[in-house]
Design a protein around this ligand. Structure first.
Ligand code: OSB
Ligand code: MG
Length: 368
């Protein structure tokens, strides 16, 4: 594969409902669509950096800069055999994994189209449907949370994740558990606690949660290793795991018992697969996280989640949980058994709806 030219599209997509986490609230999801042209084949990748550096230090504008000024110049015109090989060409760019992952995703799309094979097959996927759940943001009130969850359960979601932060945690999760004693339930703090404040979450240990996601700071495996022994419930790391080495160190330290894998956060699908393979070998369950992706990133998530080690439901909900209108021709729907079908067409298996793309694009860059 050789990238001859590329386009970047800076998108702003209205969410059907505002999404609030411990780091902020958004009504529009910004992202970047990367379009690469390789000898007659067009590939797409999604960069999940957001407008503000709340989840990651990267933003749509830093990713735009890094893609335009560092990554595309490092790979354009050069022969890349497999998509992951791109990483050696860009190894001098430190960090900026969300930007790197978007470019790698576009190459996976090209590669699959060239080989006439779906991404799931290229990665080693073993299922045609993957188990999914829904990630529920912080609501106006505990009553509103109960209503929103009720609605998602009615739609057929078999696993609920609730965002928490100090003051909006134990009491409402306890009420939710009382209302629904049987559902698969988990929480995500997005680093909102410290080793001193996190023991306030100890009552969650009696609520039979699947996991507690990223309670402490992203750069603090050590304090997670001190927190985990206080809980029966597995701690799951999201923000802290940026590469396979971090996964190994977290497990060696006992900082977590479950790992959330997002291809963006770890710099690409090849590293996501490496983390998966390491966790399978170590007997650690993994699941696929989400970043409110468009149909492009969602297709990649579904392919990734089809790998054998993804034994917990992913944060991969149906298109209509996020967007009334999406940039792909395909919309993803929830099956009655709380699964979503893995795309079966070559590459990512999705097509771009050009009029929707134009509608949501707020800036374009032509790179050649
Ligand atoms: O921490 O998992 C997270 C969305 C944006 C940033 C971080 C996170 C999330 C979600 C949403 O939880 C998951 C989804 O895409 O449905
Ligand atoms: Mg998370």
């Amino acid at each position: 594969m050789k990238i001859e030219r590329a386009n970047l599209y800076h998108l702003s997509m209205p969410l059907r409902s505002a999404f609030e986490t411990s780091f902020g609230r958004i009504q529009e999801r910004e992202c970047i669509l990367v379009e690469v042209f390789c000898q007659g084949v067009v590939g797409y990748g999604e960069c999940t950096a957001d407008k503000s550096p709340g989840y990651s230090y990267e933003t749509t504008l830093t990713a735009w800069h890094v893609l335009r000024d560092c990554l595309l110049p490092a790979v354009a015109g050069l022969e890349v055999n497999e998509p992951g090989d791109m990483q050696t060409l860009i190894s001098r760019v430190r960090g900026h994994r969300l930007a790197k992952a978007a470019l790698e995703m576009a190459l996976w799309d090209v590669w699959g189209k060239q080989l006439n094979r779906p991404l799931a097959a290229l990665l080693g996927g073993v299922r045609q449907q993957v188990s999914v759940g829904v990630s529920v943001g912080i609501q106006e009130s505990p009553n509103a949370l109960l209503q929103v969850v009720e609605n998602y359960l009615q739609q057929g979601y078999g696993r609920i994740k609730v965002k928490i932060k100090p003051g909006r945690d134990v009491a409402e999760i306890k009420r939710l558990r009382q209302a629904y004693p049987e559902i698969k339930l988990q929480v995500d703090a997005n680093s909102a606690y410290t080793l001193d404040s996190a023991p306030a979450l100890l009552p969650l240990d009696e609520l039979d949660l699947l996991l507690i996601e990223q309670p402490l700071a992203e750069d603090d495996l050590w304090d997670h290793s001190r927190l985990q022994p206080l809980f029966k419930t597995p701690i799951c790391l999201d923000e802290s795991i940026l590469e396979a080495r971090h996964a190994r160190q977290a497990l060696e330290m006992g900082a977590a018992r479950i790992i959330n894998i997002k291809s963006g956060r770890v710099g690409g699908l090849s590293e996501a697969k490496a983390i998966h393979d390491f966790c399978v070998q170590s007997g650690i369950p993994v699941w696929c996280g989400g970043m409110l992706e468009t149909g492009v990133g969602r297709a990649a998530n579904l392919a990734l989640a089809s790998l054998p080690g993804f034994t917990l439901p992913g944060d991969i909900s149906a298109t209509d949980r996020y967007y009334s209108q999406d940039i792909t021709g395909e919309r993803f729907v929830l099956n009655p058994d709380s699964t979503i079908d893995v795309p079966g067409a070559p590459g990512l298996g999705v097509t771009i709806d050009q009029s929707s793309l134009a509608h949501f694009t707020i800036n374009t860059l032509h790179y050649s």
